[in-house]
Ligand binder design. Structure first.
Ligand SMILES: [Zn+2]
Length: 598
């Protein structure tokens, strides 16, 4: 009975004629009322797995998701299809929360999105206790595991929902996961009997190449002309993105770069040039590519060895989405190995992390007990300067604090400048003439901006007021501090979103077992990456083993599978006489240096 329904809905709302991979099995399991775990590789159509049952079930589907941007995308996708969806974002007073619940109760909503931190709110729990909820969908469910890529302690709260409403089926969705993370999905979510469906992570059209070379620059320049279509080069630092892009341009390869330190304008310009195939190469840090739907990425090169196999797998996965054969190259040399080995022994200084958090809060005037849902934007470079930290150390601190659940790090925040008027006109009499004039002009130009955030054209407005942009922004910041307006400046690189009020100094602690788990999961991931660089086994099989995918055949196409043992001596001699260096030869012939004979 359920099958035609699900298919009809797929056709009606998404326009597809059939399901892909395990989608159908997952949907059926959910429709039968089972707790279900779906592990689908990136791009495997995860969201449809909860959206279709959600449309069939009579009640509301509550979707827990860790990332604001991700929720926003899915929520907007539903709205676009004329499906009623609600997204809890920003901070709510008890009154506005009550209003939201009333809306949900009587508004025929099919979906409600919220971050796991909301579960800590007793009003929320009270609502859920009595609400007509048919399904609890947990997106990026791996965040519940300490062994996962990005643990979010607030995910542990999901158990509370489970205890509160044990009759509501749970659907946990995530990309591929290691054995440990899979175990955690069952135990931490308290769904021991859940049916598990797991898609294969193997993609036959990706041909993985792992290449050792002492001279990356030379090999990159030799490689590029052979690669067809547009592609991405991933580099670890912002600096190397810029330097590499300049090098490529100098050698006649059209290229641009992308990292979190760029201005919003340059970011979108570079991104669209590349998306429209106007430049061949995008040199980017790992922040790039998430949420970009470009099917014809022909190749991906890693200029530096990635820190983890999760990251590596995600990044190469951006190639060949349209099914065409795509090459991926990981270039590494002894410095990559040395860097990874060094991180094995690095232990963060927790007292320094705590001190950083405290002074970050003080500098941004966030008092103990306040700040929940507050977004603070900054440029990583100037923040590092301000706190006299190196950028990698600063990033580690920020991520550790995220891991602890204090905030969410948004590496590349893409908001437009927005403001709203939060004071009433009759309080403006006692202000200076300049302030009054500014506020009145704002109110006149943006009549809808009272209490709702409104996009503001800073350039135009500053010109209108005869201000420089910087002075205008300072002014808006100052008025915000005084509670007259709420101004959110445009994306200035990165941001943190506070996920809970600032704790008192005493309760701002990192328990020892927390640090131990964090360290040992880091060591585990780094060790796996090092092993990957050293092993001569099929690369695809190694990744499959890492993600606990069971026994499989070698891929037959990766650099390990097609390794050329002891290449033909005549051929080697010919290459030498053609002026190729030994590095070129073992790079091209896909063999080890010690296998070359003359
Ligand atoms: Zn292979």
């Amino acid at each position: 009975m359920t099958q035609p329904n699900a298919l009809e809905i797929l056709k009606q709302y998404w326009g597809y004629d059939s399901f892909r991979g395990h989608q159908k099995a997952i949907i059926d399991s959910v429709l039968n009322g089972n707790d279900t775990i779906g592990l689908l590789p990136t791009g495997g159509g995860k969201s449809i797995c909860y959206q279709i049952p959600g449309l069939i079930f009579p009640g509301l589907t509550m979707v827990i998701s860790p990332l604001i941007a991700l929720m926003e995308d899915q929520h907007n996708g539903l709205i676009k299809r004329d499906i009623k969806s609600f997204h809890f974002k920003g901070s709510y007073s008890p009154r506005s929360l009550d209003e939201a619940f009333r809306n949900l109760r009587y508004g025929n909503y099919k979906f409600a999105f919220f971050a796991p931190e909301r579960i800590a709110n007793p009003l929320f729990l009270e609502y859920i206790k009595h609400a007509h909820v048919s399904l609890l969908a947990i997106d990026e469910a791996h965040c519940i595991s300490q062994w996962g890529f990005d643990f979010r302690p607030s995910y542990l709260n999901v158990r509370i929902l489970r205890e509160l409403r044990p009759e509501i089926p749970v659907l946990a969705l995530t990309a591929s996961a290691t054995a440990r993370v899979k175990r955690d999905l069952h135990t931490q979510l308290n769904i021991p009997e859940a049916q598990l469906f797991e898609g294969s992570i193997r993609r036959d059209n990706l041909h993985l190449q792992l290449k050792f070379t002492p001279n990356k620059e030379r090999q990159l320049l030799r490689l590029l002309p052979t690669l067809l279509g547009t592609g991405i080069i991933y580099a670890k630092t912002r600096k190397s993105c810029e330097v590499l892009s300049a090098l490529l341009t100098k050698h006649g390869h059209s290229s641009c770069f992308f990292h979190a330190g760029l201005s919003g304008d340059l970011k979108s310009l570079n991104q669209s040039m590349w998306i429209e195939n106007k430049v061949k190469v995008m040199v980017a840090t790992t922040a790039f590519g998430m949420g970009i739907d470009k099917g014809d990425v022909g190749w991906v090169i890693h200029w530096d060895a990635p820190d983890t196999l999760e990251g590596y797998y995600q990044e190469i996965g951006r190639a060949g989405r349209n099914g065409s054969t795509s090459l991926t190259y990981l270039l590494y040399h002894q410095y990559d190995i040395a860097r990874l080995q060094k991180t094995l022994s690095e232990v963060p200084n927790i007292a320094a992390v705590e001190e950083f958090y405290r002074s970050f809060c003080s500098k941004h005037q966030i008092a103990v007990g306040t700040g929940d849902q507050l977004k603070v934007q900054f440029s990583i470079v100037s923040l590092a300067e301000k706190f006299k930290l190196s950028i990698p150390t600063l990033l580690t601190y920020i991520r550790l604090l995220q891991h602890r659940g204090l905030w969410q790090f948004i590496e590349s925040d893409r908001s437009v400048p927005k403001f709203s008027i939060t004071s009433s006109i009759d309080t403006w009499d006692r202000l200076t003439l300049e302030d009054r004039e500014l506020l009145t002009t704002l109110a006149r130009t943006y009549p809808n901006a009272t209490h709702t955030a409104h996009r503001i054209d800073l350039k135009r407005f500053a010109a209108m007021m005869h201000f420089t942009i910087d002075h205008f922004k300072d002014k808006l910041g100052e008025l915000t501090q005084r509670g007259l307006i709420a101004f959110e400046s445009e994306q200035s690189g990165s941001a943190v979103l506070f996920m809970q009020p600032r704790p008192s100094n005493k309760s701002l602690t990192f328990p020892k077992n927390f640090i131990d788990a964090w360290l040992s999961s880091k060591v585990e991931r780094t060790t796996s990456m090092l092993k990957f660089l050293h092993s001569s086994d099929c690369l695809v099989q190694q990744i499959e083993t890492y993600f606990d995918q069971g026994k499989s055949e070698p891929c037959g196409a990766c650099s390990s599978c097609i390794h050329n043992y002891y290449p033909d001596q005549e051929k080697v001699k010919e290459m030498v006489s053609n002026g190729l260096s030994l590095d070129d030869i073992w790079f091209d012939l896909n063999c080890s240096p010690d296998e070359l004979r003359f």
